[in-house]
Ligand binder design. Structure first.
Ligand SMILES: *Cc1c(COP(=O)(O)O)cnc(C)c1O
Length: 402
């Protein structure tokens, strides 16, 4: 048997991925998402998920999912515009509209199956090929892909560099200008300078599109995310929040002026040509949003902040660099891919699961351990993590790596 040329090319590509220490693989988790999980048959303490408030396995959310399935069945049966838009989706959109309204003018929320699709839909539907997109250098892949799909001109500005962005905006003559950024950066954990970005948007008559996947539920007194954190409100704003992270379930919402939402419903192909998520999921999210916006959400955010402060105060690193952030994402930079993998393996030996993040997810030379904290972690969980990281860092020179 000869190997088909396509498969031969894939073999060569995978061998190259191996040589660069970039091979990725699944781990099979056989317990609910929580700090102590069973993965590939081993009990481990995980700092790997984006379940920042510990809602993914919250009994009330799980109960609501079951109740939603009893009430609405297992699947939606069709796309939203054919017959798949359930009362559960409509109720969730009403709840999200009310929740996010302090930051919008004439705002409305639209539910999507995933954040990836919400970003593809929003950018490709708002930016035609004559638009200018100003895209932050560390934006999530889904924002980059949305810009590609739009065929607009894309100008990438350096991370956090408001002056560079201003210079780019000043030279644009496009009628439609979109400034596109993550709210909380997914691999660095820092928060975008939104007051300055919004001021620029207003000055240059641009729209500000913010993907708050890691801010929604986590930052702001009531968990409304980065716009609450900075107390900002604007008519020319599009907020995308994902609901598979802090909200613990899945899907995403876009919140913006109701005409923007109507346009997405009519023109956004990633919205139109896909089957609506299960109504039970939307029903469960009604409970998530109620928890996030209520007293329990406030308590969980306070617990998360306590764990963040504990980690920052207990790391004593000599060789690696902890990028302390105000969010649940706490990266530890090692640099080389092999070093990050070696550290990941060392932590695994101590029963800890912390993912090594390598290019293309982060820039070459900045491979890292991406520690994510959750309100569900206890003080002793974080103490165990800090002790293991400190130990590995202290012994680092003795290892052969890279
Ligand atoms: C996770 C993530 C997404 C994608 O959301 P999904 O619901 O997982 O598809 C989009 N943007 C950012 C910044 C993310 O971290």
């Amino acid at each position: 048997m000869t190997t088909h040329p396509l498969l031969a090319r894939l073999d060569a590509g995978l061998a190259e991925i191996d040589r660069a220490h970039l091979r990725r693989r699944h781990r099979v988790v056989s317990t609910p998402c929580r700090p102590h999980v069973r993965a590939d048959g081993h009990d481990v303490l995980a700092f790997a998920s984006n379940d920042y408030l510990g809602l993914a396995a919250h009994p009330k959310v799980v109960e609501a999912l079951i109740e939603g399935a009893r009430r609405y069945g297992a699947g939606s049966g069709a796309s939203h515009l054919i017959s798949g838009h359930s009362q559960a989706h409509a109720e969730l959109e009403d709840a999200l509209t009310a929740f996010m309204s302090p930051h919008l003018v004439d705002g409305r929320a639209l539910y999507f199956c995933t954040g990836y699709m919400a970003n593809l839909a929003t950018i490709s539907a708002l930016a035609g090929k004559d638009a200018d997109i100003f895209s932050e250098a560390l934006n999530h892949a889904s924002l980059i892909d949305g810009a590609r799909l739009s065929r607009a001109r894309t100008h990438v500005y350096p991370h956090g560099d408001v002056d560079a962005l201003a210079a780019m905006l000043a030279t644009s003559t496009a009628e439609t200008k979109l400034i596109v950024t993550d709210g909380v950066f997914s691999m660095d954990g820092d928060i975008a300078p939104l007051p300055s970005l919004l001021a620029l948007a207003e000055r240059y008559n641009a729209w500000l599109v913010v993907d708050d996947a890691h801010g929604f539920g986590v930052v702001g007194e009531n968990g409304r995310g980065v716009f609450e954190h900075f107390a900002l409100r604007s008519p020319n704003l599009v907020i995308i929040g994902t609901l598979g992270k802090a909200a613990g379930v899945g899907g995403a919402f876009v919140a913006a002026n109701h005409r923007v939402i109507d346009w997405l419903i009519n023109r956004a192909r990633p919205y139109i040509f896909t089957t609506a998520a299960a109504p039970s999921q939307a029903h469960a999210l009604l409970t998530s949003v109620a928890l996030i916006s209520g007293d329990e959400g406030r308590e969980r955010r306070a617990a998360l902040q306590a764990r963040i402060a504990q980690l920052r105060d207990s790391l004593t690193l000599r060789h690696w660099q902890h990028m302390a952030s105000p969010s649940a994402v706490q990266p530890i930079i090692l640099g080389e891919n092999a070093a990050a993998l070696h550290a990941q393996a060392g932590l695994a030996q101590a029963g800890l699961w912390v993912p090594a993040i390598r290019p293309p997810t982060v820039a070459p030379g900045t491979s890292r351990l991406r520690v994510t904290l959750s309100a569900a972690h206890t003080q002793s969980d974080v103490a165990r993590l800090a002790a293991a990281i400190n130990q590995l860092d202290r012994d680092w020179r003795e290892h052969a790596h890279g």
